[in-house]
Structure formats: C-alpha cells, structure tokens
Design a protein. Sequence first.
Length: 228
Amino acid sequence: DVDEVIKEAKKVGVQALVGVTEHFGEFSRILELSERYPQFVYPCLGVHPVQGSVGKLRSADPLVGLDFTPHVADSEEKRNQQRDVLCQQLELAKRLNLPVNVHSRSAGRPTIQLLKDQGADHVLLHAFDGRVSVAMEGIRAGYYFSVPPSVVRSEQKQKLVKQLPLEHLLLETDAPALGPEKQVRNEPRNLIISCEHIARLKGLPTEHVAEVTTQNALRLFSRLKINW
C-alpha cells in the first residue's frame, strides 16, 4: 500500500521523505521507490550496525551507527567490529561529501565520540536514546537530532526536546517503528504528530516548528528539493 501511504503523507504536508535501508538487500527496493516517486522519496543507503561488513555503497546518504544493546554486542570484539564498519562508512561519506544518518542504540556517548574523532561534520542522530548531557556533546559538534512520533509516550525523548535547541532538531518517523502507539504500524503521515508535540513541549507555534525543522533538513540533506 505504498501509494496510499505516500498519498496520506502528502495530505498532512509532507513534501519529501528519506527512505532508509538497514542492509544491502534493501538497496534496490529503496532506489526503485526513489525512481517511482522522484523528488519525494530520497534514498538513504547504509549498513545497520548489526548487519556486519561494508560492501560497495551507492552515492546516497547512508544510515550507519553503533548498537551496543547486550543481545546485539555482548563482547568488546563485536563492539569493535561495529566501530570498524562505522568508520568505513564515515570515510565513504566524507569522500562522497554526503551527510550521515546515525543509529546509536545504547551507545550514545561512544557514537558521538567516534563521530568527532573521525571528523564527521554533517551528522543526524536519529531517535537518540541517550541522556541530554550526552546529546549536548553532539550539539556542540554541530550535529542534528531527529524526533519520532514516539515522543508522545517517551519521557526520555521529551527531555531531549525540551533541552535541545530547535535549530538542531529534525522530524522523523522511523516507520514502521516508533509510532505514537506501540504495536501499531508507524507511517510518514505521523510526522505531524512529532511536529505538534515538539511545539507543545517548547511552547511554540506548530508552524514555526515545521518551518525551522524543514530548514534544518534542507541544510543537512542538500539533495532535497522542495517548495518551501
């Protein structure tokens, strides 16, 4: 039902979305969607930290990162393998002059430290699950943080929104996960829920939050082409 999902997203004002991969097997599907919906679906190709090694990536913005949850990385060897994969992808992104969309589950501080050590400067940390104090290290490095609709039920995400400057926030869904309701499929149309909740938490007009987060996205993802 991709056509219906995109139709509903456009109804609430979504003008572009970034389609994210987790492994090589999804690359062709995301690229096909970007060709099917030109200047609306933009590919974000990368290797999720639990997927192993890096092969040859196309020149699209990559999803990369670290996942140190115990069931994923239960040894220093596995954590180092993830670091190696992340470093390879960061090097590729720098060579191609691409931003990086970074996953960091249970690994906020080591992820931000590695990004800084590697000289990454066009960075989005999506659905960040760490402390505000750790996120502020990323803010000082010039990084952006995106907020999913699950902010309505996440005290941790609400704390981030209250403390991080709006000029460093973007909207995301992480669909089909991280929706406003658990166990219910998330969709791009729920971006408006993230926007409205950020506005409520910060005491700002929803229109202002939409404008600033859109401008932030355009600065980070220079390939986005929208009428704003």
